[in-house]
Design a protein around this ligand. Structure first.
Ligand SMILES: *[C@@H]1O[C@H](CO)[C@@H](O)[C@H](O)[C@H]1NC(C)=O
Ligand SMILES: *[C@@H]1O[C@H](CO)[C@@H](O)[C@H](O)[C@H]1NC(C)=O
Length: 305
């Protein structure tokens, strides 16, 4: 249920963003003074960060710096959360008004970054500099525990910036057939052209089949997409019980899609599954199969798991 709510919120936000973007324009025709302040507002700010222009109002309006405009001019793209929702600056999403505790803040607190790249080393061998100039052991960076006084050692930990990231794949060490370097996961051994490589794509979906997604499945399986042998593409649907429209499941099965079970309850709690007994699993899986067979009238024994 929680997941359903979040994805709805994300959808609402996306929708809001899309409609708002079509309305993007220069703040007004005030000329340089405004451009100046937009540049100031947007200085050093990532383009995907939403912030408020003021804390007045009902907490639904935010903007972000949009650098995609023509002539490299930065504009403010505005987004308004739907009625009844407010924008959570910390989590960067719309949520129910009562869940948002930061309407009094205009922006996400900026994190202090460590000073990792300098012309001359600023710290002794084996140490790196925190944002405040303090030197600490390199190993302490990005270990999920703040060690710098300004906590900056945990603020630059992406795949590109983490000073303790794994070394780049070395093609002289990593050789076929045991090892192959593909930094972005798309390289093909022997530099073969992608269009010369057989590929298999599986389309699988899990969760409830209902009004929220039937149209999407119609779009994907629109009869225009074929396999190289001319047969139409098909998908596998791991169906959960709650909110499922079994009439739609029956229809999917009739049209040749594979139906599987996802579980009866679709519970998120990992403990429920790790500590579940044989009977729990039986009820979840075999129970779900029984229900699908009965409600979607799938009588050919094709639901295997
Ligand atoms: C259930 O699915 C069928 C088949 O796609 C559709 O005709 C029907 O309107 C759906 N029912 C509801 C309540 O969404
Ligand atoms: C269920 O499917 C069987 C075989 O496909 C068919 O004979 C039967 O009439 C169907 N039942 C319903 C209620 O549609």
């Amino acid at each position: 249920m929680a997941r359903t709510t979040t994805s709805w919120l994300a959808l609402l936000l996306l929708f809001g963003a899309a409609t708002a973007l079509t309305r993007v324009r220069r703040q007004d025709d005030g000329g340089e003074a405004d451009d100046q302040s937009i540049d100031e507002l947007c200085d050093q700010r990532p383009p995907d960060e939403y912030f408020r222009l003021s804390t007045d109002g009902d907490c639904r309006d935010v903007v972000r710096c949009d650098q995609a405009g023509e002539n490299g001019i930065t504009r403010l793209a505005s987004v308004r959360c739907p009625n009844g929702l407010a924008f959570d600056i910390e989590r960067q999403t719309c949520d129910w008004r009562t869940n948002v505790k930061n309407c009094d803040r205009v922006e996400k607190p900026r994190k202090v970054l460590p000073i990792l790249k300098t012309d001359e080393p600023v710290c002794p061998e084996g140490k790196l500099s925190c944002g405040n100039g303090e030197c600490i052991e390199k190993e302490l960076f990005c270990n999920d525990k703040p060690d710098c006084k300004d906590e900056s050692d945990e603020n630059a930990c992406t795949v590109e910036t983490d000073p303790n990231r794994a070394p780049d794949c070395d093609p002289t060490q990593c050789v076929l057939p045991d090892c192959f370097c593909s930094a972005d996961g798309t390289r093909i051994p022997g530099s073969i052209e992608p269009n010369q490589v057989p590929q298999m794509i599986t389309l699988t979906f899990n969760g409830a089949v209902n009004v929220d997604n039937i149209d999407l499945y119609e779009d994907i399986f629109n009869g225009q997409r074929n396999n190289p042998n001319g047969c139409q593409i098909r998908g596998t649907f791991f169906v959960s019980h709650k909110y499922t429209n079994y009439s739609a499941v029956q229809d999917l099965h009739r049209r040749g899609h594979e139906i599987g079970v996802f579980s009866l309850t679709h519970k998120d709690d990992p403990n429920y599954w790790t500590q579940g007994s044989y009977d729990d699993w039986l009820a979840e899986m075999a129970g779900a199969r029984l229900i699908i067979e009965r409600f979607a009238n799938i009588t050919d024994g094709s639901i295997i798991g």
